[in-house]
Design a protein. Structure first.
Length: 176
């Protein structure tokens, strides 16, 4: 059984991590930097971040991949490495969970594209769904237990994110 679904069956409340950005700033991330790029350039800092929440007793820890879709990574000329950045985020977290010996859920964080989708914008739901599917697939391949879609503000983008995430056949959580 999926670890996320198992914990939902066993516990009435799950404790999640939080304040990823704030914590990464305390580790040296600078304003304007893409934290997702640290999955490749500063993996030891990302592992330290994950480990702090595992040791604090979190039942679920989010990957450092909130802005890991091609639209957000394009701002840093890294849109071609969606797979590498996201799979690394997941692999680092899964490794820390395994090292801890604790039963912690690895949640693949996916945030907004930063684009306005049709009918008010130029990006179609289908194009956004393709971007989310690429990110979700990389997170799944890296070992996450659940796709965690967060901080979405439009129904069009929520639809695109869910369509993309569904390709993984993993459980999906959506926050708006």
């Amino acid at each position: 059984m999926n670890r996320f679904l198992k914990l939902l069956d066993e516990k009435s409340v799950l404790l999640l991590d939080g304040a990823t950005g704030t914590n990464l700033f305390s580790l040296g991330l600078q304003s304007g930097d893409a934290p997702e790029l640290w999955n490749l350039s500063e993996p030891e800092k990302i592992c330290r971040h994950y480990r702090s929440f595992i040791e604090a007793g979190s039942d679920l820890v989010l990957t450092n991949s909130f802005g890991g879709n091609s639209y957000r990574l394009q701002l840093h000329n890294q849109e071609q490495d969606v797979y590498g950045i996201n799979s690394a985020a997941a692999e680092l977290l899964v490794s820390e969970i395994q090292r801890s010996g604790k039963d912690v859920v690895a949640a693949g964080s996916m945030g907004p594209t930063g684009e306005i989708l049709e009918p008010n914008g130029q990006i179609t739901i289908e194009k956004a769904a393709e971007a989310y599917a690429a990110q979700a697939t990389a997170l799944k391949d890296g070992g996450v237990d659940v796709i965690w879609i967060e901080t979405i503000s439009s129904i069009e983008e929520a639809t695109a994110a869910v369509i993309g995430a569904k390709e993984t056949n993993l459980p999906i959580v959506l926050t708006m």
